[in-house]
Design a protein around this ligand. Structure first.
Ligand code: SF4
Length: 369
């Protein structure tokens, strides 16, 4: 643990532990997003609130946005289950860039789900229909998007095969550590996903932004390197990326886990079940109400605060007020949780209502994709 305290750990297939996001700028060469914020034509809430804290080469995307020239957004979600608070973040980022003019590529990462989680393609397909319906309910426009399964997208596999000639086992080990071959294969496939929007069939090379959690940065570095090395054959522009912070688990741990159902909730769960999870969630509150009124709470370690910050408050001022009121002891955790429970229940009910109407369309998109 001593090493971890000094250094961040970024592993797309395993544990990611970030003690201090600022350190990633020096450790991994990620650039701060802050200097670009004032230039963004219409920054998202995640950008304004510092949830999106870093990037690589985002200036290229900014330029395209300002000039209204062609660019793409590409990201993938592993079909391992229902949409939860982490996948919701990625989904919203894809939709945000699509609304800002990007052609959107949404990859159902079923090869990665098989290699990393042992989920069969058939099972992935069922989960994917549900996930696509989530995307549609959240505002994804299929007319300006391309949704596909990795396992059925031949162009992605062809790119992975082409790239494999330029990569040695030593390189894969240096980036991903000692892994089974399937994970190295899935990393090559993901490089194919990220560069797919730049193939001639999709209009050729173009700036492409990949919004991801910071745990996915190794894939971005790997793909940027491949884009440069295969420039001669494809004319690829190295992909840009944005990095969002990872939302805290409800139990106060670093990562939500399926093995710990009380550490997260999904958008398919009953509002009553979610209410219970929020009720039992860890907080940054003090042991007694009296103490909290006297010295205030600690929103920095509080998953309830994260829920407002990441997803459940549209108004920036509301989030700032919550932070200050918590710090000053003007608010107690019980009342804060009760307010959040109502907001989440309203959102989830509305989302489930919209989603139920999108299932047929989602099935159709998956079959056509
Ligand atoms: S008052 Fe709210 S934000 Fe502050 S510690 Fe309690 S639950 Fe968290």
């Amino acid at each position: 643990m001593a090493d971890v305290e000094k250094k961040s750990l970024i592993d797309p297939f395993g544990m990611t532990l970030i003690e201090d996001y600022e350190k990633l700028f020096a450790e991994f060469g990620i650039q701060s997003f802050k200097p670009l914020l004032s230039q963004m034509p219409n920054p998202s809430a995640a950008m304004r609130r510092g949830i999106i804290f870093g990037h690589r080469d985002f200036e290229r995307i900014l330029e395209a946005m300002k000039k209204h020239s062609e660019f793409a957004v590409m990201s993938g979600i592993k079909p391992t289950g229902e949409f939860h608070l982490g996948t919701l973040m990625t989904a919203r980022e894809i939709i945000y860039f699509q609304q800002q003019g990007a052609i959107a590529f949404y990859c159902i990462a079923d090869i990665e789900a098989y290699e990393d989680n042992g989920i069969s393609f058939e099972e992935s397909k069922k989960i994917a229909v549900n996930n696509i319906a989530d995307m549609l309910a959240l505002g994804f426009d299929p007319k300006r998007g391309y949704v596909y399964c990795q396992s059925r997208e031949e162009r992605v596999k062809d790119l992975a095969i082409a790239f494999s000639r330029g990569v040695t086992l030593a390189t894969m080990k240096a980036i991903y550590g000692e892994r089974h071959m399937g994970l190295y294969l899935s990393a090559l496939i993901q490089a194919g996903d990220i560069l797919l929007p730049q193939l001639e069939e999709f209009g050729g090379p173009k700036p492409t932004v990949v919004p991801v959690g910071v745990d996915q940065d190794p894939h971005i570095r790997f793909t940027r390197d491949l884009a440069t090395r295969f420039y001669g054959k494809y004319g690829f522009i190295p992909p840009s990326s944005t990095y969002h912070k990872l939302i805290k688990a409800l139990d106060g741990s670093y990562k939500m886990s399926k093995r710990e159902p009380m550490s997260y909730f999904t958008l398919d769960e009953e509002p009553e079940v979610i209410a219970k999870k929020i009720f039992y969630a860890f907080t940054g509150g003090r042991p007694t109400a009296e103490e909290q009124r006297k010295i205030g709470g600690n929103p920095e370690i509080c998953p309830i605060y994260d829920l407002y910050l990441f997803h459940f408050s549209e108004d920036d001022k509301d989030v700032i007020d919550l932070y200050n009121n918590c710090k000053c002891g003007n608010i107690l955790c019980g009342e804060d949780k009760a307010r959040l429970t109502e907001i989440v229940a309203k959102f989830v009910k509305e989302h489930q209502r919209k989603k139920s109407r999108c299932i047929d369309k989602a099935r159709e998109i998956l079959e056509m994709g």
